[in-house]
Design a protein around this ligand. Structure first.
Ligand SMILES: [Zn+2]
Length: 408
């Protein structure tokens, strides 16, 4: 009688084995056995096998499982920046911080970015409760209801936190900020309120320098906070009304007159947008204008804010500290897209040739985005020590597949 020992029964049906009368099989876990038995039974149907021995492992006790978990957690290396992009990763990270204080205390920057709805709010909350030295917190949790956001963040306090980036409703953000009013950087998404005033309007954040979010909410926030870097998007339906948009933009520029870096979504039919910026933000160093997406606009118009390049050049020269200027639009900014001579003429008018802009050095054009001709070009100008004058504008980079991270 031939007995064959096999851990998984993989070689049972090999023709060179000849006649097999008995099999001894060891499995690694009880979970494996059902599939293996079914597989073996099928393979052995036409053989002479009469005996099948299956050796089961001893089941792990609860204390053995815990010991393995602790051992695994303590082997995890320390990392200051943690990215969690799935619920499974959150579970694993909780296991680590529960048993490894060095990892919990060493985490300075936590980024939880999910693409599906979070199921286990408690698990993430338990993770957060153990991160006492967190400085940056990013929570992008789609479709999470306001009550579950409250459950997640209720009474959590991070003494060193200075950056918060989240898609939480602003009522939840406002409550969270009451315990974190030293925040320096705040990036928020949709408000969650369309009729009542934004809850952030009452906040006083004495150290807030950098704010990013819907224009209407950023305006209210900027009234009581010394923001100098602002990124404002038009995400409310009411913001798409040109009158409301230009009023909100003007209000923002008036209340935050020390802005040095501004990224603004704007309506291309608003021909006064640059004039408004030049009149109210004299300290501006970087300006990025992003044309509102056409799907957001209820009407089609052929007016273009930048139609008169000469006027834009004059207005830009009034921004005497401006070094970087970027325009992003789905519309062609030159009659022949991609024509370097035409782009040069446009950039030269903005930056000035005979009367050059005193400080402007970098211009970025990103146009026709969302179309097959989508491209971005970088234009630079250098100061020549030898000739004591500015060089001509030169195209230094061209990206055929640009993305917003390149559009600085
Ligand atoms: Zn809001």
């Amino acid at each position: 009688m031939l007995f064959l020992a096999s851990s998984f029964g993989r070689s049972i049906a090999h023709p060179k084995l000849g006649t097999v009368f008995g099999i001894m099989m060891q499995v690694r876990s009880h979970m494996q056995i059902t599939g293996h038995i079914a597989n073996l039974t099928q393979r052995l149907q036409n053989t002479f096998t009469q005996t099948l021995y299956v050796l089961f492992p001893m089941p792990n006790t609860r204390s053995q499982t815990l010991a393995e978990t602790i051992k695994r957690a303590r082997q995890q290396p320390f990392r200051a920046v943690i990215f969690l992009r799935s619920e499974h990763k959150i579970t694993a990270f909780l296991e680590t911080v529960l048993h490894n204080r060095a990892v919990a205390n060493g985490t300075q920057s936590l980024h939880v970015i999910l693409h599906r709805q979070l199921q286990q709010v408690t698990q993430l909350r338990e993770c957060l409760k153990r991160l006492h030295f967190l400085e940056d917190l990013e929570l992008i949790l789609p479709h999470l209801s306001p009550p579950r956001w409250v459950r997640l963040l209720h009474d959590l306090r991070f003494p060193r936190l200075d950056l918060l980036r989240t898609n939480a409703p602003h009522s939840v953000v406002a409550t969270f900020l009451e315990l974190h009013n030293d925040l320096v950087y705040l990036s928020i998404k949709a408000c969650g309120r369309t009729r009542r005033p934004c809850p952030l309007g009452q906040m006083q954040l004495g150290n807030l320098r950098d704010a990013s979010g819907p224009l209407g909410c950023i305006v209210t926030l900027a009234q009581h906070s010394p923001v100098s870097r602002v990124s404002a998007q038009l995400s409310f339906v009411m913001d798409h009304d040109p009158v409301v948009t230009s009023t909100l933009t003007l209000t923002l520029l008036m209340v935050a007159d020390n802005i040095t870096v501004l990224e603004l979504e704007f309506d291309p039919t608003d021909v006064n947008v640059l004039e408004c910026i030049a009149s109210n933000t004299p300290a501006l160093r970087s300006l990025k204008l992003v044309k509102i997406k056409s799907t957001m606009m209820s009407r089609v118009s052929h007016r273009r804010a930048w139609k008169s390049a000469e006027e834009w050049g004059k207005t830009l020269r009034r921004l005497t500290f401006l070094q970087n200027f970027a325009l992003c639009t789905s519309i062609a900014v030159t009659p022949i897209p991609g024509d370097i001579d035409r782009e040069y003429r446009l950039v030269s008018q903005w930056g000035g040739c005979k009367t050059p802009h005193p400080t402007l050095r970098h211009v970025i054009l990103w146009y026709l985005y969302g179309t097959l001709q989508d491209h971005m070009t970088y234009w630079n100008r250098r100061w020549s020590d030898r000739e004591h004058c500015w060089s001509r504008w030169e195209q230094t980079n061209r990206f055929d597949s640009p993305d917003s991270s390149l559009f600085v």
